[in-house]
Design a protein around this ligand. Structure first.
Ligand code: NOJ
Length: 947
């Protein structure tokens, strides 16, 4: 026994999700049926009725016919549109349901449930549903096909085959994406509920199984499914592509793995937002968020698809060999790659709404996608600083002591967080009466160092007739309803609760009132920011830990229709509330756990309840890279791990990796030991401080990267394949990344006791070790020694990185501090970079109050000029007159011909600055030239000449 005890005690802490709470594909009726369909289909029963084709304002309207074994074909209206930036949109609805020509299976739902397929996902996900069409697209019909030529120089072709219905997409004649090539396209047509559901369905379609079509039971819950089977599915083949990325959120690899019987995972990737307690790494299980966007990349081509559906969705992935030169509809697969990635998308409900992006570069794909769903919110500067959280800081004194300790130990921090215990019995918009009696005093104290306080506000509302929020929901009926149309009740942190319905405009209006300064939330102040948690929504002991699929939202939509959008709708209602709180003058900060395509417009997300293990540190990188690809780059993970206690080494390595996370927050479960960095001994304390300081030093470059994410949809942390799209050896790399446009290539240490790591320097650039300035010629793979203080960072020659080197207590206090420009020259002694500056908090940049500079170094001259098309407004330039460059550091330049002083020209005036040559002391280190105090303005146009 003793031996057994000792063995058990030594088994490392091991997480395991409660798998039995969640359906596998097999247990999910619609997933099961569509996999069955895919393995039985011989000939797709769908064809396009050529007589129905109608061209109107740049779009094609037609009817798809689905052959049925009994009776006349079912009809599905189709719309194809070509959009301005080369995006292609396919929309398919179902005629019978559209006409509401159906009986619901449950008579009692007739008045309260909508009969149509859900068609409002686009209203939530897209910036606008008025998408500009490409009127120059050429539609060329023939008897059996239709060709559409579009995109840059008409280099894109969409070929629509009428029978069977298929669509293929080619770039310069090379087919890259094919839809329904394998005939998995399936829209389950409406049919009446048979009187005996255990008998075969007399109205079944071809290749259809009868599994789980009607009332579906799982885990003790029965889903009434009053509209019957209504799934929508499609196969999308990426021809010649072996790498596919995206569809967050999963704790899995960057390059998505194959699924199914032959795959590495048996279940498809699942997109169904849930509060998954103790989620596992290397899994396709759902977690808290869902973005149905996928990118495929190979040398010379990058493409993407966006499956706009907010219902429960599964995606199977398999790889198969494809012969170059094989024919599909008169066009050829030209790629030499022998692999095709076949994906099968399966959603429980809704219309089909699919966007196809043909790139051809990763940058084009991100722009094409983000112009639809929006760029990431431009954060206030403080939001990209360091955030200190735990469940919980227990009182006002506790909060202020944490803040003071950071000061005492010279560690900057911008935001301190309060978890649920700040409230009175988890009634949101209240304060715990004895622990937080004077929130306004605490907030004023934090404001002295320009620190913010985040309070958590979740969507569950305690049922208590004396609680004003519940009273309002009850009176107005603006909560989520159960399938009988009554208030839906369940359990969460606040005990027995109801849930707000953020799809209801009246509820959203009330939400704004709750957040107003001077409103019912006493003590609310402009340095209170927000945290929206549990918004999948999480329902303890609920069906699959969430709201029932047959619960009813505003306007009669079932929860199944909008499940994956709920979190975003809730997040956006808080966003709208904060816009109203400051009349549109301050950029809101709201962290969300649940998200969907478009959530990036409202604030950051984090990856929920991870654990203090090396595996979770490691998987954080592919998870954040995947989010960046899928348009949600403002993302982070609980640094240190939520569950359990990290060793000091793990915590230190985590801080080092998090220097580069777009969102950097330390957080921990209520049962963990306190772990604020100042509680640690040396060397850990200093190393964590160094990490936070390094983040603050890079903040101007990170802020510039946010601007590019905001305006162009570019990821902030970029996988190597994005920066090196032709380097095939990088396509599967998920432990390295590049920060924005800085060229900084980072390979954080994510292994315990790692004495060394391998770093790939993918192309023929010069690379400089960030610490030693030792020079490496790429392409190469090097071994880097990794004592605890080492973060392997390599600066790629040819880049200029704006930085700030003065140490401050918070980023907002550093707002007017001067900048340093660090120039890493390439083999020709040249470099370039970008620098974006605004007032760091308001929306005035939308009125031209910003500067966006191109920095160029060539022939010994550093030039600052406006990025083309970005002329700063003079009022803004006046407002930042004091904001100057205090140092320029040039690394790697030949020093023999230098002048003793740099000659500076700005606004027609000349001045000089001292040049100092520093040595790093090692012969393999690059030279370092320091130009002291040139005092050129950060927003201005100027030049500094070294020769
Ligand atoms: C779940 C969240 O994921 C976690 O971060 C938080 O601490 C708890 N809810 C308590 O609010």
């Amino acid at each position: 026994m003793l031996l057994l005890y000792l063995v058990l005690a030594w088994i490392p802490y091991c997480l395991a999700a409660k798998r039995y709470l969640f359906k596998t594909c097999d247990q999910s009726g619609f997933c099961n049926r569509n996999r069955y369909y895919a393995s039985h289909v011989e000939q797709s029963p769908y064809s396009l009725d050529s007589a129905s084709c109608r061209f109107e304002s740049g779009a094609l309207y037609a009817t798809l016919l689905k052959q049925l074994p009994n009776g006349s074909p079912a009809q599905f209206p189709l719309k194809l549109s070509v959009l301005k930036d080369g995006q292609f949109r396919i929309q398919i609805d179902e005629q019978t349901r559209l006409e509401k020509n159906i009986n619901l299976a449950r008579e009692q739902s007739a008045d309260i449930v909508r009969k149509e397929r859900y068609n409002e996902a686009a209203d939530w996900a897209l910036v606008s549903d008025e998408l500009p069409l490409d009127t120059s697209a050429k539609f060329v019909p023939s008897d059996s096909k239709l060709y559409i030529e579009y995109g840059p120089d008409h280099s894109f072709t969409a070929t629509i085959n009428f029978e069977p219905f298929q669509l293929s997409f080619a770039v310069n004649g090379d087919i890259q994406i094919v839809l329904n090539e394998n005939g998995f396209f399936n829209m389950e047509h409406w049919r009446p509920r048979p009187s005996n559901t255990s008998e075969p369905d007399p109205n079944a379609g071809l290749y259809e199984s009868d599994t789980g079509k009607w009332d579906e039971s799982f885990g003790g819950f029965t889903d009434s499914k009053t509209r019957g089977p209504e799934s929508v599915a499609l196969d999308i083949s990426f021809k010649g592509f072996s790498h596919v990325y995206g569809i967050p959120e999963h704790a899995d690899s960057l390059n998505l793995r194959s699924t199914g019987e032959q795959g590495e995972h048996s279940d498809p990737y699942h997109l169904f937002n849930v509060d998954i307690f103790e989620y596992e790494v290397n899994s396709t299980m759902s977690t808290y968020g869902a973005i149905p966007f996928m990118q495929a990349h190979r040398k010379g081509a990058s493409v993407g698809v966006f499956w706009l559906n907010g219902a429960d969705t599964w995606v199977d992935i398999s790889r198969m060999s494809s012969e170059a030169g094989s024919d599909t509809h008169d066009q050829k697969v030209l790629s030499a790659s022998k692999t095709t990635t076949l994906t099968h998308w399966i959603s429980e409900a809704g219309v089909l709404d699919l966007f196809v992006f043909l790139g051809p570069t990763p940058k084009d794909v991100y722009r094409q996608y983000s112009s639809l769903t929006g760029g990431t919110l431009m954060p206030q500067l403080s939001a990209i600083g360091y955030h200190q959280c735990r469940w919980n800081y227990n009182s006002e004194e506790d909060v202020l002591e944490v803040s003071a300790k950071f000061d005492e130990h010279n560690i900057p921090v911008d935001v301190i967080w309060l978890d649920i215990a700040y409230t009175d019995q988890v009634k949101y918009f209240t304060w715990h009466p004895s622990n937080f009696p004077h929130p306004q005093n605490m907030l004023a104290e934090l404001d002295k160092s320009k620190r913010k306080l985040v309070t958590i506000i979740d969507p569950h509302i305690k049922i208590d007739d004396d609680y004003f929020v519940y009273k309002h929901l009850k009176e107005t009926g603006t909560y989520l309803r159960n399938s009988a149309g009554e208030q839906f009740e369940g359990e969460c942190w606040s005990g027995h609760s109801v849930w707000v319905d953020p799809f209801n405009p009246d509820e959203r209006k009330y939400w704004a009132e709750l957040h107003a300064l001077g409103g019912d939330f006493a003590g609310n102040a402009s340095n209170i920011w927000f945290w929206n948690d549990m918004n999948e929504p999480s329902v303890f002991e609920g069906a699959e830990t969430t709201a029932p699929r047959d619960a009813i939202h505003y306007d009669g939509w079932e929860h199944r229709d909008v499940h994956n959008i709920f979190g975003m709708a809730y997040h956006s209602s808080t966003y709208d509330a904060l816009i109203a709180r400051h009349k549109g003058t301050l950029r809101p900060f709201i962290l969300t756990r649940s998200f969907f395509a478009g959530s990036q417009r409202y604030g950051p997300m984090w990856t929920g309840d991870n654990a203090a293990t090396w595996d979770f540190l490691k998987v954080s990188i592919p998870m954040l890279l995947t989010n960046g690809i899928a348009g949600m780059p403002f993302s982070g993970v609980d640094v240190g791990g939520f569950f359990d206690n990290p060793s000091p080494e793990l915590l230190t390595r985590w801080y080092q990796a998090a220097v580069f996370y777009p969102f950097f927050r330390a957080h921990a479960h209520i049962d963990t030991k306190r772990r604020e960095p100042y509680l640690y001994d040396e060397p850990y304390l200093s190393l964590m401080r160094d990490a936070v300081n390094l983040r603050y030093a890079f903040s101007p470059a990170a802020y510039t990267a946010f601007y590019r994410a905001h305006t162009e949809g570019m990821p902030i942390l970029r996988p190597l394949f994005v920066e090196y799209p032709d380097a095939e050896n990088t396509f599967g790399v998920e432990d390295h990344f590049v920060l924005g446009d800085t060229g900084l290539l980072v390979r954080p240490v994510t292994e315990e006791n790692a004495a060394e790591v391998q770093v790939i320097l993918p192309d023929a650039s010069i690379y400089y070790d960030f610490d030693t300035q030792e020079v490496f010629q790429g392409p190469t793979k090097i071994t880097v020694q990794t004592p605890l203080e080492k973060i392997p960072i390599f600066a790629r020659g040819g880049h200029i990185i704006p930085q700030r080197h003065r140490e401050r207590r918070s980023l907002e206090l550093a707002k007017f501090d001067p900048f340093t420009l660090v120039v890493y020259v390439d083999e020709n002694g040249e470099a370039e970079g970008k620098h974006y500056i605004d007032d760091f908090k308001s929306y005035e940049y939308q009125n031209g109050m910003y500067a966006y500079k191109d920095l160029l170094f060539k022939g010994g001259r550093l030039i600052s000029q406006d990025v083309e098309g970005h002329q700063p407004n003079s009022e803004f330039l006046d407002s930042i007159e004091e904001l100057v460059i205090e140092k320029v550091i040039v690394i790697g330049l030949e020093t023999s011909n230098l002048s003793s002083e740099a000659l500076i020209k700005e606004n027609g005036e000349e001045s000089t600055a001292e040049i100092i040559i520093n040595s790093k002391g090692s012969s393999s280190a690059a030279s370092e030239i320091l130009i002291r105090n040139p005092r050129v303005s950060a927003g201005g146009n100027w030049e500094i000449n070294l020769l």
